[in-house]
Design a protein around this ligand. Sequence first.
Ligand SMILES: [Zn+2]
Length: 255
Amino acid sequence: MSEAEASASAPLRRIKLSDQIAEDLCRRIARERMEPGQRLPNEQTLMQQYGCAKGTIREALKALEVQGLVAMRSGPNGGAEIRPVSIDAAAQQLRRFLHFRRLDFAQVYAVRRELEVALGLAVVGRLDAEALRGLEENILACEAAFAGGEHARGRSLELTFHDLLCDASDNALLGFMCRFINSLLRDLVEFQGGSATEYAAFGAHNLESHRQLVSAFRAEDAEAVGRVMREHMCCAEHYMRRLDASFRSDMLSGR
Ligand SMILES: [Zn+2]
């Protein structure tokens, strides 16, 4: 092996070992049912357990930190503390994955339609008085934004209504997927066209759908929730097309 080849392959070997250790630490966290707030063994102990240098352990811990699975704490009792993976960290990865695929509006709505109906049905009977009040307050705030001509704020609040339904769901996967799509719509949609009248009509449609949804949730009427949500999603897609909405291409930097 030439010197150049040796120096090119050496870092690869080192990265590979630290990745293996990072992977093994993930398995340990799962196997030992470690919870957020608990700490991994300190560096010295990990060096002994894996029989490797401090640099390799640090690299492995750094990889877990970048993934958002641990946070490094300093001090005498310092070390890698396990933290819950945030929805933002998970969403960021998924956006990066989607960045290199061509995701169009119709595809997003094809998925959103089905998921929002499923989410609506999943939370029937799960919204307590406080959650229902939260939805009603959101409708009022949304109304005020549209009345004041603050369309971007109204649009963001409109999506918050759907986030509140995610909060009420006990299905973490469904909640995550719906919230992820809401965040794409909130951060990445640009409107190219459309008149003020059309924006107002879109806003009015959203508010009316949300009012009907709250009534159906109050009555715990699953049939009405499914019907209103399906219509709402179809109309929303239609309006987005009329307003010439499109996704900004950059999903790498996020916002
Ligand atoms: Zn809505």
